[in-house]
Design a protein around this ligand. Structure first.
Ligand SMILES: Nc1ncnc2c1ncn2[C@@H]1O[C@H](COP(=O)(O)OP(=O)(O)OP(=O)(O)O)[C@@H](O)[C@H]1O
Ligand SMILES: [Mg+2]
Length: 480
């Protein structure tokens, strides 16, 4: 009986009954307290931890049911057992609906009540274990707003922690669009001892070159037309913190040279200025292209590349870590539900299957948008295939990506394409052949090769799909 150490609170207005229960449960080893009404029970619960409440349904003042409702609200972890006279069994039903763990009819045998209590405590501790386990899982698969259980994501969390711990180490994040590069940069910053200083993101491709230079380094008054006053650059603004150079691959040769100097000497000089300003910032940069290739092609300076790439971080495409998809979907469902103060909705099985198999060229951002789209379109508690964006459901679009994914041969791609078009044409072979720009015979031959073409119906250009039921009578599609 592993639950005997727990605390039980008895709420009973009849003194002899109260005494009897106290003695009985104390002898069994429980810690027992007893009070005579609901108001006192609440005071007790406010003061100390309690695992279980046994309460009479009929009490002076606050009734047993009202007490139960209050416990459900404020102490949902506390199990409640209701004692009720057999004559008022309907109130026991009511109590169960309100969330009582169990009930017992008066008069009862003490041993019977002991079993009821033991079972209730057992169920309660199971529930708590499950809850703790869930919290632990959430913790393990969540890191600074990044969600992922796949091996690459788990490794990423470790790499981020290691980078964060090295105050000055530059990091270069490479990943396709929407894989979470900015999120990773923020995670590095907010897990480092620079977290109380600014995190300054700069998108190198969004700002024209001349402007970017003064944005980064600042400018002296009169340095160029329009420079009416001296301004600090973003690197200086980030003093003590982290500069995030996004799309670093688009940086011009000229600025590459200037940035290299900043990294080497840890000083900035304003445009048109003479003063060397010492800086204490970490540089995290990101690119959606392989920078090494750009170095090989002579587009990106090798020396700057080495400076930026002290610790490389590579983010994999979502299609290469599909086991993260259910977790991400749930994460976004929750996020949007919280934003709108709504209960969390879920995806129907088929919709989830599509989410799992889509190739996600826009990666996590595309997935996030798809979830938001579904939440906006869907009306019910369960989101269906119809609620997903057509870009996700129109699988034809992904045939090439899919083929690349499993190194399909040309013949295999042809097979898949022909079958997809056939599906789109609802099995109508004439239309399929026409759409494919091949003659019917060629199509039949192919379909037979694929084990799809020996049906009688096919000979006159229709397959089974064309035979529709109408008013209980089978009608051929062509005659409709
Ligand atoms: N592992 C993840 N867990 C939770 N949310 C994620 C994850 N990865 C990306 N996201 C979310 O996806 C969106 C895109 O992420 P982010 O902006 O960091 O991508 P990016 O790689 O910088 O994209 P781009 O190259 O297009 O700038 C954001 O809303 C981000 O919160
Ligand atoms: Mg980005």
């Amino acid at each position: 009986m592993r639950n005997v150490n727990q605390k039980i609170l008895i709420v009973e207005d009849e003194a002899p009954m109260c005494e009897l229960l106290m003695t009985f449960f104390s002898e069994k080893g429980y810690k027992v307290d007893a009070v005579q009404n609901g108001e006192e029970a609440i005071r007790q619960l406010e003061e100390r931890d309690c695992a279980l409440v046994i309460t009479d349904i009929k009490l002076p003042g606050l009734s047993g049911l009202e007490l139960l409702a209050r416990i459900q609200l404020d102490w949902p972890d506390v199990a409640v057992i209701i004692m009720t006279a057999f004559s008022s069994i309907s109130s026991a039903v009511e109590a169960m609906k309100l969330g009582a763990e169990d009930y017992i009819g008066k008069p009862f045998q003490l041993d019977e009540l002991a079993i009821t209590v033991e079972k209730a405590l057992e169920r309660r501790s199971l529930r708590r274990e499950v809850k703790e386990l869930r919290a632990e899982v959430r913790e393990r698969y969540n890191f600074s707003n990044l969600v992922g259980r796949s091996k690459p994501m788990q490794q990423l969390f470790e790499v981020i922690k290691r980078i964060a711990a090295r105050r000055d180490a530059s990091a270069l994040i490479i990943g396709s669009t929407g894989t979470g590069k900015e999120l990773v940069a923020r995670a590095i910053h907010y897990n480092s001892d620079r977290k109380n200083a600014p995190f300054v993101p700069i998108n190198c491709s969004a700002i024209p070159e001349t402007l970017l230079e003064s944005e980064l380094f600042g400018h002296q008054r009169g340095a160029f037309t329009g420079a009416h006053e001296t301004r600090r650059g973003l690197i200086e603004e980030a003093q003590g913190g982290t500069v995030f150079l996004d799309e670093i691959n688009t940086l011009s040769q000229n600025l590459q040279v200037k940035l290299l100097r900043v990294l080497q000497e840890r000083i900035v000089r304003k445009v048109g200025g003479r003063e060397n300003i010492p800086i204490d910032v970490r540089f995290v940069s990101a690119s959606n292209r392989d920078l090494e290739d750009a170095v090989k092609r002579g587009e990106f300076r090798q020396d700057l590349f080495y400076r930026l790439n002290v610790v490389p971080v590579r983010l994999s495409d979502l299609k290469d870590r599909r086991e993260d998809i259910p977790l991400l979907v749930h994460h976004f469902l929750r996020k949007f539900a919280d934003q709108h103060n709504e209960p969390v909705r879920r995806f129907a099985g088929e919709a989830m299957r599509i989410l799992m198999t889509h190739t996600w060229p826009g990666n996590v951002r595309e997935l996030e948008n798809a979830v938001e789209h579904a939440l906006t379109m869907g009306s019910g508690e369960t989101l269906t295939v119809e609620d997903l964006p057509t870009s996700v459901t129109a699988s034809e679009r992904d045939i090439v990506d899919e083929a690349l994914l499993d190194n399909a041969t040309l013949a295999e791609v042809e097979r898949r394409y022909i079958l997809r078009v056939l599906e789109k044409m609802e099995g109508h072979q004439m239309r399929t052949a026409h759409a494919l720009g091949i003659d019917r015979r060629t199509l039949y031959r192919r379909l037979r090769q694929y084990g799809q073409g020996s049906d009688k119906n096919n000979e006159d250009g229709r397959s089974k799909g064309d035979v529709l039921k109408k008013g209980g009578v089978q009608v051929k599609a062509s005659s409709l």
